[in-house]
Design a protein. Structure first.
Length: 95
């Protein structure tokens, strides 16, 4: 099965900056949602790397849970997917 790589989020708002006017520079979280196109039915492994917490849901199931304060590290999650299009959600806190 081919390998697919996605750099879903690489964003630095800068020291003491917020993502939007009116939002504190700490203590907020991001929840990004979209669609995942699965080209082939099969077992897929996803790697989620973050500095502090992150969570990945696919087809409304939690696949990777890395929700804690930590340095930049990664976790993996595996799931069986059918070909087609399904929901993908990424949650990231900013502490």
């Amino acid at each position: 099965m081919p390998k697919y790589w996605l750099n879903a989020l690489s964003r630095d708002f800068g020291e003491d900056s917020s993502p939007h006017p009116g939002v504190n520079s700490t203590g907020y979280s991001l929840r990004l949602s979209g669609k995942l196109v699965v080209p082939y039915s099969g077992t897929y492994t996803f790697r989620l790397s973050s500095d502090d917490g992150s969570r990945l849901w696919i087809n409304n199931a939690l696949i990777a849970n890395h929700w804690s304060e930590h340095s930049y590290t990664g976790v993996t999650g595996t799931c069986v997917l059918q070909s087609g299009v399904g929901p993908l959600v990424l949650g990231v806190p900013c502490v």
